[in-house]
Design a protein around this ligand. Sequence first.
Ligand code: NAD
Length: 404
Amino acid sequence: MPNAYQNFLSQLDRALAVVPKPVALVTTLQTPNRIIEHTLGIQKDNGAEQSFSAYRIQHNNWRGPYKGGIRFHPQVDLDEVKTLAALMTFKTAVAGIPMGGGKGGVTVDPKTLSSTERERLNRAWTNAFRADIGPTVDVPAPDVNTGSADMDVIANEFGHPAVVTGKSITHGGSVGRDTATAQGGWYVFEALRSHLNLGPDPLTVVIQGFGNAGATFANIAHALGHKIIAVSDSSGAIHNSAGLDIPALHLYKTAHRSVQGFPGAENLTNSAMLELPCDLLIPAALESQITGENAPRIKAKVILELANGPVTTAADDILFVNNIPVIPDILANSGGVTVSYFEWDQNMKSEHWSALEVDQKLRDHMNAAATAVQTIAVQHGTDLRRAAFIVALNRLQETESKQK
Ligand code: NAD
């Protein structure tokens, strides 16, 4: 299997084979603008010093400030974070927001930090990267193992709320950010539905990952009367062809820390779950879950990528031949960064938008993005991933040429 950055480069190449672009533009987009590395030193509660590797990748800023999360993980990997930074450049362009692409990480197991040590680490991060970030320069956000409390500390240490998004509401966060990725994914699906050759409601839905993105998507689809027939988390999957009671499953998961064993459902493996017949398969956990190996056995009618990079390019080819459309991550999960942009915009203008206003703007952005991608897919007779990359490339090229 190719490494993550090679997979991104090959996705880019495949779009460029449909719509070629100037070599200089492509070369710039194949490489991040800057990779910034610092060593952060903090004092532990017991008085000892500990240091951590930290970095920020600024991929591209033609369309606006670099935008993307900060990941805390013991195995933070430069290749993965470089890939996520590059995907952010394309995601913000597809979503039609005036932001670029970036991503960051700290090599740390956050479970080993007390809350005061974690706060010191966030303050150290802010001071190390102070010259590289800022409301009009680079605007980080939460990612794996970071959340609103971390963003609140960074904003406080930096001295301006618009330096990060994903803050708590009381510290300048936006209403609707916590549900934005799944809600945006639903709006994208709704906008494309008439092109997807699905039967009437209720739809049958399978969701891999019952975290922020996956569980919120389950809530939305369940509330609309669709049947969530299987879900999984890191412990395994559960299945009930009559549909799972999602509110009861939330209570069960909180009590048992796992979805497995939920009354009335059968346990099965994550890999078997991915191969269940269904209308909509939602990968919302990890990358590289549908590959050249299992793609021939996928029986879903449509795949919507709430996770980043869950379907490899080898799988894309097999699914295309098998007539299974894949709604790609850079479109399907772009609702999260879109509401992050709304948060930044509110902070810059000292405004506070209502839940209704945020939701309406999110729906409008997702409709426009999905329609642009669908139009290009039809125009070039290509799949939605290539089409999404082409939409982004066209917008990036347009912005770059205006800057000359
Ligand atoms: P999360 O940590 O809240 O949830 C992840 C879920 O996946 C958990 O339920 C976990 O148990 C499950 N999981 C882990 N390993 C698994 C495995 N092997 N099989 C099945 N399930 C497994 O994370 P999240 O914020 O929901 O993010 C999920 C994906 O969505 C990631 O790829 C992330 O990059 C992407 N994403 C999230 C957002 C957002 O706003 N949360 C935005 C864009 C993209």
